[in-house]
Design a protein around this ligand. Structure first.
Ligand code: SF4
Length: 241
């Protein structure tokens, strides 16, 4: 009850905690609270690109930045201001992120819950140096930056690689299929397949807490919003393959 009160839509300087942020790890007594950071994706803010692979993957169009509250002018303004700070004063931005993480950890301690943070809700920035500074926090993200599968990923960072079926991206992505990293795939239609490219498909729409997923699966997502009409090759249409 106490947890609910504290974390109901709490905002820090850059991070925020939504009203459905509490999650219990199945089969354990561990309870997590999720904080997240939402910026403006790709090159939506002039002079900076937060998603290095967005053009090759073709995901700028179907990106979910305008989903839910993302179309509200106040939300767009807040995300834009944060992105401008990242663009104009990187050191101040990073130090504010650190400050927010410290404050969030303290709040979680006070309420006896574990902290989990998603820093790239609508971006694809390499936050690994900061992530290493907070081993007590479970971080998680989706990424389209393929080269990260070869990097030394911190133990407290759960990464799900996000697939696109666009020809150039598909080719570059091949080595990721041979890893144990989970791979998120957006499917057109009303139902997810049971398997895809030899991997079991789990339903990623049930929850967004990817760090609790089993390893080596495809995280299946059904196309929503603009992605339903996407013809760039980003989504998978099982009727046509
Ligand atoms: S990489 Fe992710 S956040 Fe960036 S444009 Fe693509 S879908 Fe959106």
């Amino acid at each position: 009850m106490k947890t609910k009160k504290l974390f109901k839509s709490k905002s820090y300087n850059l991070l925020s905690v939504g009203s459905n942020a509490k999650i219990k790890k199945e089969g354990t007594n561990e309870e997590y609270i999720i904080a997240s950071l939402s910026l403006m994706p790709a090159d939506k803010v002039e002079g900076v690109n937060l998603c290095a692979m967005a053009k090759i993957a073709g995901c700028e169009g179907p990106c979910l930045e305008s989903a839910g509250r993302g179309s509200m002018p106040t939300v767009i303004d807040a995300r834009t201001r944060k992105t401008e700070l990242y663009r104009d004063n990187r050191a101040a931005f990073m130090s504010m992120v650190r400050g927010d993480i410290f404050a969030f950890i303290e709040d979680c301690k006070r309420y006896g819950v574990k902290p989990a943070i998603r820093l790239n809700v609508l971006s694809d920035i390499n936050f690994m140096p900061i992530i290493r500074e907070f081993p007590e926090v479970q971080f998680y993200d989706y990424t389209k930056v393929i080269s990260r599968h070869k990097k030394d990923i911190p133990e407290n960072y759960h990464l799900t690689f996000s697939y696109s079926n666009k020809p150039k991206y598909r080719k570059l992505f091949k080595p990721v299929w041979n890893t144990r990293f989970n791979i998120a795939v957006v499917f057109k239609g009303k139902e997810l397949p049971e398997t895809y490219k030899g991997r079991k498909v789990i339903n990623g729409d049930i929850s967004d807490h990817r760090f609790l997923d089993p390893a080596g699966v495809v995280v299946g997502l059904l196309a929503k919003g603009k992605a339903k009409k996407d013809n760039s090759g980003f989504t998978i249409d099982l009727q046509t393959i």
